[in-house]
Design a protein around this ligand. Structure first.
Ligand SMILES: [Zn+2]
Length: 91
């Protein structure tokens, strides 16, 4: 008596050996690439211009701040959930 319950999964890995190691991904925004006070790139919290903003992040990481949460929610509500949240004066 032969049961057909067992499947023989032949592994399909013929193409996997051709791996290219050219591109390390550059898409991810890393911590430290932007201001921890307002989330904007190209300056640090020490030289941030938005210290008077109500949602300015005084300590800790921007991504853990209230301002980040608010901006993130706003971006998602506006269909831009993939954008990096950052403070703006007029929002
Ligand atoms: Zn800043």
């Amino acid at each position: 008596m032969v049961r057909n319950g067992k499947r023989k999964d032949t592994e399909v890995d013929s193409d996997k050996s051709k791996k290219q190691r050219a591109g390390t991904s550059s898409v991810v925004v890393k911590t430290g690439k932007y201001c921890e006070g307002c989330g904007k790139p190209r300056h640090k919290r020490e030289s941030c211009q938005l210290t008077a903003h109500p949602n300015y992040n005084e300590k800790g990481l921007w991504i853990h701040s209230e301002g980040y949460r608010i901006k993130k929610a706003w971006l998602e509500a506006n269909g831009k959930g993939d954008d990096h949240p950052e403070l703006r004066w007029y929002e």
